[in-house]
Structure formats: structure tokens, C-alpha cells
Design a protein around this ligand. Structure first.
Ligand SMILES: Cc1ncc(C[n+]2csc(CCOP(=O)(O)OP(=O)(O)O)c2C)c(N)n1
Ligand SMILES: [Mg+2]
Length: 385
């Protein structure tokens, strides 16, 4: 993909596929026969959809980052470097399944079918958005993507309830939500996870271990490993490489299938790395916290760069046509990737235009601030304090 020196992490600007990292990528996919069979069964259209999903997420974040620099918004929470955890898991679900993205998984919205413009409008606070200008945490329940509240861990009990509703209605649907390594240390996570386990709800809890919570590295906030959570709650599950979109996809497919058979819930551990700060305001602090080495290591494992290399080297012809000769296959794949990229650039550009247009003409009426806001009578002695 085209790199953006002003916005991409420097390691990504300099990205070149590394032969050892590609060998590791292939080894990951072959480690488990069931997952490998799933990966081999992904046809060219779905391989390209995954690619476009990763690009859509990255380019939406780059738009937000540019807006911060331009003073359009003051701050943005990005998923840079962690896109594969979200895109791989969402694409493995079926129509009717529900997702609950935390801020690091905002790309789930567009992968569940919400236009990118709606994500951008949530940041701008325009009225023509599901939150009507109230919140940047967004989603669309009609598309199966529940807007989050900002409290870490709160989706664990919420998705336990969603899973319980699926069970009570006899529906073969699956819920999937993500919790960061830091979120696993909250009371809500613990209570929700325990309740989910005893109720046997059809939910996948993806633990997205990006090795940090705000400014606290994982080793300082947790003594046990993230994998140790599975036996702690008596749950089964899997671990996957969070930067390998195909591994995340295959692992999620297996667990979603098992959820539909009533074997859930599951924990899916995904290890990844935050290639910046908690948000746009503390990138320098985020880098100072770890020093350059992890950024170099994970920079070589850019989920998009490595997937591109895999698609060029290992995938069948992405236009679906049979050809003799590797050179012709590579040329076809190079073209397919370029076409996909051009499509996503155009989609995100158009979304940006639409969102900025709304900012000019569709900001909320101030009177709307009290619409849909309720207070418990008597809380202030029946009078407003
Ligand atoms: C209950 C609660 N406590 C504190 C916060 C403030 N806060 C927002 S994000 C964050 C760290 C989250 O870390 P992690 O769960 O690892 O997710 P990541 O940001 O790394 O994706 C904190 C402490 C919050 N939103 N909710
Ligand atoms: Mg974290």
C-alpha cells in the first residue's frame, strides 16, 4: 500500500517484506491443520475483502490523524498496527451475529456494513449520526454493531446478556466483543466473564493484548498471563497471532462454529502491539515507554504489509483466473491489490467529503441536548440541583 510519511509510524514508511517474517507468517498458518484448511478454503474474493478491510481501517485512522493535525478535531483513538485483530474476527462471523467494538476496534463498524462517513461524523459530532452528535463511540445495532460506552470491560456483561437472549430465543447467533489487556483487570470483566461461563452463552471474548493499557505496560498491570484467564474461568478457547489476519480469521471461524453448537463461550487471545500512543496526544510517551526495539520488531509485522507479501507470494491468482507461470500470477495479484487500494482510497475520500459537508450544514440544534435525557425523579429531592 501507499505509505504516508506524515502519518504512518516511521517503521511502516520504511516497510519492506522481510523473508524471515514471511516464513514466520507461513508457519503460523500451518501450525494447526484445522486452521490451515480454513485458510486454504478462503477464495480470492474473501481474501481481497480482508485486504480492503485492513486498508479501510488504516486509512480511516489516517484521516482522523490528519484532522487532529489540521485542528478539525482535538484527539483520535487509533487502531494502527492492530487492525488484523478486528478485521480478521469480524469477517469470520455470519449475518445476524453481533459485535461490540471498543475504541481500538472502531474499524468493526465499517466491516459490519456501516459507512465510513458515519464513523467520521461521530467524531465531528454532527446531527446526522446515530448518536446525534453526542458521542464518538459509535455503531449501528441494526447492522449488529453495538455502540460502546467508554467504560473498559463493560461490554463483557453486555455481551453475556446478548448471548443469553440468543440462547433463550433459540437463535444460532454469535456475539463477539473485544477487551484490551487492561480491560481484563476490571470488575466488570470478571463478573461478566464468570456469568458468561456459567450460563454457557454463545459469545467469543477476544482479548486484544497490545501489551499496554494507556501508559502502563502489561507487565506492570498484570502478574498472570492473558492466556491464564481461560482456565481461571473454566473456559476453552484459542490463541492467535493478532497481526496475522488469516490466523485471526481461522481461529474465530472455529470458535464461532463451536458457539453455534452450544459449546461457548470462548476466549480468543490475540497478541499484538500498539504502534503509537493511547491516542494521538501521547505518541511520544507511548514510544518512550517501550524504547525503539519493540517498534522495530512489530514494525516488520505490519498486518497490512505482511498480508500483502503473503498475497503476492502464496495466494492463488486473485482475479480467479487460472494461469500458467508464477510471473503472470504475481502480476495479476499486484494489479488486484492496486485496484482494491484505489477503491478504498476513493471510498474514504468520499466519506471524508460527506462528513465535512455535514459539519458545515448539519450540526445539532443546541435544544436537542436535552432530548432523550432522563433523570430519576426524586434523586435531587424532586428538584433540579
Ligand atoms: C472502567 C474504566 N476505567 C478507566 C478508564 C480509562 N481508560 C480508558 S482506556 C484505558 C486503558 C485501556 O487499556 P486496554 O484495555 O489494554 O485497551 P487498549 O487501550 O490498550 O486498547 C483506560 C485506563 C475507562 N475508560 N474505563
Ligand atoms: Mg492494551
Amino acid at each position: 500500500m501507499k505509505r504516508h510519511p506524515a502519518f504512518d509510524p516511521p517503521e511502516y514508511v520504511a516497510f519492506e517484506p522481510d523473508p524471515e517474517v514471511l516464513a514466520e507468517y507461513r508457519r503460523t498458518l500451518r501450525r494447526d491443520r484445522r486452521r490451515f484448511r480454513i485458510v486454504e478454503g478462503i477464495g480470492p474474493p474473501a481474501l481481497l475483502r480482508l485486504y480492503r478491510g485492513l486498508l479501510r481501517f488504516r486509512l480511516t485512522d489516517i484521516t482522523l490523524k490528519r484532522w487532529v493535525r489540521q485542528g478539525v478535531i482535538s484527539k483520535a483513538w487509533l487502531g494502527t498496527g492492530e487492525e488484523a485483530v478486528t478485521v480478521g474476527s469480524v469477517h469470520a462471523l455470519e449475518k445476524g451475529d453481533f459485535t461490540g467494538p471498543m475504541i481500538r476496534n472502531a474499524g468493526a463498524c465499517s466491516e459490519m456494513g456501516m459507512p465510513v462517513a458515519q464513523t467520521l461524523k461521530a467524531y465531528l459530532g454532527t446531527a446526522d449520526q446515530i448518536t446525534r452528535g453526542r458521542d464518538l463511540h459509535t455503531g449501528d445495532p441494526a447492522l449488529g454493531v453495538i455502540p460502546p460506552a467508554s467504560q473498559m470491560g463493560s461490554f463483557v456483561p453486555v455481551f453475556t446478556g446478548i448471548g443469553l437472549a440468543f440462547m433463550q430465543r433459540g437463535e444460532k447467533r454469535v456475539g463477539l466483543t473485544w477487551a484490551g489487556d487492561g480491560a481484563t483487570r476490571t470488575g466488570a470483566f470478571h463478573e461478566g466473564m464468570n456469568f458468561a461461563a456459567v450460563l454457557k452463552v454463545p459469545v467469543i471474548f477476544v482479548i486484544q493484548d497490545n501489551q499496554v493499557a494507556l501508559g502502563t505496560p502489561v507487565g506492570k498491570h498484570s502478574r498472570g498471563t492473558m492466556e491464564a484467564l481461560r482456565p481461571a474461568y473454566g473456559l476453552d478457547g484459542l490463541s492467535c497471532e493478532g497481526n496475522n489476519v488469516l490466523d485471526v480469521y481461522a481461529a474465530t471461524r472455529i470458535l464461532a462454529g463451536r458457539c453455534r453448537k452450544g459449546e461457548g463461550p470462548f476466549i480468543l487471545n490475540a497478541r499484538t502491539f500498539r504502534m503509537g500512543g493511547h491516542a494521538t496526544h501521547d505518541e511520544a510517551e507511548g514510544r518512550a515507554l517501550f524504547g525503539p526495539e519493540p517498534f522495530r520488531y512489530w514494525g516488520l509485522r505490519d498486518p497490512i504489509g505482511t498480508y500483502e507479501a503473503y498475497l503476492m507470494e502464496d495466494a492463488p491468482a486473485l482475479d480467479g483466473r487460472r494461469r500458467t507461470g508464477d510471473a503472470a500470477r504475481r502480476e495479476a495479484n499486484r494489479r488486484a491489490l492496486e485496484e482494491s487500494e484505489a477503491r478504498i482510497i476513493a471510498e474514504v475520500d468520499e466519506a471524508e467529503r460527506e462528513a465535512l459537508e455535514s459539519r458545515k450544514s448539519r450540526m445539532p440544534d443546541p435544544a436537542d441536548a436535552v432530548t432523550g435525557v432522563y433523570a430519576a425523579p426524586g434523586y435531587h429531592g424532586g428538584r433540579h440541583a
